[in-house]
Design a protein around this ligand. Structure first.
Ligand SMILES: [Cu+2]
Length: 253
């Protein structure tokens, strides 16, 4: 081996060390940060939180590799004060590395399309397809409020959303005017409400609570829809099945 290639091999292993140290620190920070999810309040939110955790973990590993290489190279290969010899040889790219990196990019993207992409969607669709008797809640959005009706329970136009824990709810979304977006932060996924369309969102709440105990459990419009948009929210209660029955009998007629 020439002195030059020896140097490059040394640089390569130093870079591996930089990457591993950076990886341990960065992934530890990710771990600490991800332990602080605000609230995972539905089966669907767990699926999307798992996907997000995985993608953040992966993105950080790549970021540390790319960022670490740039910072390391800037120090390791900088021009020295006493070095006046002009560079005799400069290669703009090294073909095997280009092929390797291109191959890795394609492989990572294909893998992510399968997991969490297709696997996650499959899980979400399976809940929707397997929900034999979802609780149907009609949701009407308008500038700037939400109203809820429970067609099978005979409850119409209430201004708070009440659902039982552990049962899949089918939200039937309509708007009277412009586009809005139905979102309960604790439930993870949300859906645009579009004029002249009827759209469906399936949620299986897993955590008891209400807007009073945790503001993550609230309906919040999530699509800018005019002046009143930030205040376009509605209180939510997630009750036990028994408490939900009582609420239904007190409110239906
Ligand atoms: Cu809005």
């Amino acid at each position: 081996m020439s002195a030059k290639s020896e140097n490059l091999m040394k640089a390569f292993w130093e870079l591996v060390v930089v990457w591993v140290i950076g990886l341990v620190i960065a992934e530890w920070l990710v771990h600490v940060g991800i332990d602080h999810w605000p609230l995972i309040g539905s089966v669907q939110a767990q699926i999307t939180a798992d996907a997000t955790t995985y993608l953040v973990w992966q993105a950080v590993a790549i970021y540390v590799l790319v960022g670490g290489t740039i910072v390391y190279s800037a120090f390791r290969f900088r021009a020295r004060d006493n070095d006046n010899t002009p560079p005799t040889y400069q290669k703009r790219y090294w073909a095997p590395f280009v092929v390797f990196w291109l191959g890795m990019s394609i492989a990572i993207n294909l893998a992510n399309t399968i997991y969490p992409g297709m696997v996650g969607l499959e899980q979400l669709w399976a809940i929707q397809l397997n929900a034999k008797h979802p609780l149907v809640v009609d949701v009407t959005a308008q500038q700037w409020k939400w109203t809820f009706s429970y067609p099978k329970q005979g409850i119409t136009d209430v201004s708070q959303l009440v659902v039982p824990v552990g049962r899949t709810v089918e939200f039937v979304l309509r708007t009277k005017d412009v586009m809005h977006d139905f979102w309960v932060p604790a439930w993870g996924i949300k859906k645009d409400v579009i004029p002249n369309e009827i759209r469906h969102l399936y949620i299986t709440p897993t955590v008891l609570g209400s807007t009073k105990t945790n503001p993550m459990i609230r309906v919040q419009c999530s699509l800018i829809c005019g002046n009143g948009h930030p205040m376009m929210r509605a209180p939510v209660q997630v009750l036990t099945k028994a408490a939900f029955k009582t609420w239904v009998s007190n409110n239906s007629f």
